[in-house]
Design a protein around this ligand. Structure first.
Ligand SMILES: Nc1ncnc2c1ncn2[C@@H]1O[C@H](COP(=O)(O)OP(=O)(O)O)[C@@H](O)[C@H]1O
Ligand SMILES: [Mg+2]
Length: 366
């Protein structure tokens, strides 16, 4: 899919700007603080997600104004869509092909994109939670049924946690825990199995991308890791059995803690470079390449599931790579719409756009 046109009104420093991107690679260049990231952030809103900078909606409105608007036309394999987003009075409104939608969640899945900004380095650097939500987020975009399953697990987990606290006060309730152990391990196994399947494919593709980025000098290895002995290739029954076992063994500890200390809500994905954990031993450059490889793999899998490539946003990522790695990326991504921000102009691309003080000017077209 690709964006044909996008226009901004009072969106941060994009006071009144129109942009007609090319179908392939768009390089957005300019000095610092001119609006490059703002432009990516505004286009990202079309996915229905929140600002990838973690900004609040009201921060997106131009200083001194009361509303901000982003309008875009984009094409999918099936048709042409129009999305309009209005941010006003602390609320967002979305119009899809002229029809008002209750919330932005209703447009999720129509415009698909993957973003990589320097913030995303936390995916390697931080704790397991970010890696889990990366996998869960990717699976939700691919399969809405995963979001339903995940919600069900959360609910059962909360109920088990509430019960653990009640048992602490009143030990005679302990018998009732069995049924929750059973249900939690059942739903948990379904989730673990889908995460394993996704990670198998993500690991293979990320390793390929990393190979290209590092010029085959290093190997990236991703693996799903659990605290209950599950392994890739196990059947649903085997995983459920292990989950049930750990819930039962840890039951008394859990009652004292007041929460469920083991289960798929504690799982992690290890990111290794040449066998060593990237979080602890990786250089900044290796961590960046690892996240880039994972994001590109995520985009490919999303593209396979949807039948067409999502749009890719790369914010301030490429300038850190040397020319050979930039070339590799540009060649791997040439067949999809990509937006790359950087400070310098010298990059091979069909469409180069100069951004200055919130205004875009096209400088070259091949
Ligand atoms: N709500 C806002 N209203 C007006 N200008 C804003 C707003 N938020 C940020 N800016 C301006 O946007 C500029 C930063 O844009 P950004 O896209 O982050 O720059 P860069 O080109 O370096 O990526 C700064 O000049 C900042 O003052
Ligand atoms: Mg920026």
């Amino acid at each position: 899919m690709f964006i044909e046109s996008v226009s901004f009104e009072n969106y941060r420093n994009l006071v009144n700007a129109d942009f007609f991107p090319s179908k392939g690679i768009n390089v957005l260049y300019g000095d610092n603080a001119q609006g490059k990231t703002n432009l990516l952030e505004g286009m990202w809103l079309l996915t229905g997600g929140r600002s990838f900078r973690g900004a609040k909606d009201r921060e997106l409105i131009q200083f001194g104004q009361s509303y901000a608007k982003v309008k875009a036309c984009f094409r999918t394999a099936q048709r042409r869509h129009k999305i309009e987003i209005l941010i006003q009075n602390g609320k967002r409104k979305a119009f899809l092909n002229g029809i008002p939608k209750d919330g932005l969640s209703q447009i999720i899945g129509i415009f698909c994109a993957v973003i990589f900004s320097p913030n995303h380095l936390t995916l390697v650097k931080n704790g397991p939670e970010e890696r889990r939500s990366f996998i869960d987020g990717a699976l939700c975009q691919i399969k809405p049924s995963y979001a339903v399953l995940f919600g069900r697990y959360r609910k059962i987990l909360n109920q088990r946690n509430a019960l653990l606290k009640a048992i602490y006060q009143n030990p005679s309730l302990a018998d009732t825990l069995d049924v929750w152990n059973e249900r939690l391990s059942h739903e948990g196994a379904l989730i673990a199995q889908q995460r394993y399947a996704y990670l198998d494919r993500l690991a293979a593709l990320s390793a390929q991308f990393y190979d290209g980025i590092s010029d085959s000098r290093e190997k990236l290895g991703l693996a799903y890791q659990t605290g209950y002995g599950a392994e890739t290739g196990m059947s649903l029954e085997e995983i459920q059995h292990l989950l049930l076992k750990v819930l039962k063994t840890k039951q008394n500890e859990d009652i004292v803690l007041g929460y469920t200390s083991r289960g798929i809500h504690r799982d992690d994905m290890t990111v290794r470079i040449d066998g060593r954990e990237a979080r602890k031993f990786g250089s900044q450059g290796q961590q960046r390449s690892a996240v880039l490889a994972m994001k590109l793999a995520e985009a490919s899998l999303l593209g396979q599931a949807k039948g067409e490539s999502p749009v890719i946003f790369l914010d301030d990522v490429l300038s850190e790579l040397d020319a050979a790695r930039q070339d590799y990326l540009i060649h791997r991504l040439h067949d999809r719409q990509v937006f790359i921000t950087c400070c310098s102009f010298d990059m091979e691309a069909r469409n180069k756009v100069h951004i200055q003080n919130g205004k875009m000017t096209e400088t070259e077209e091949a």
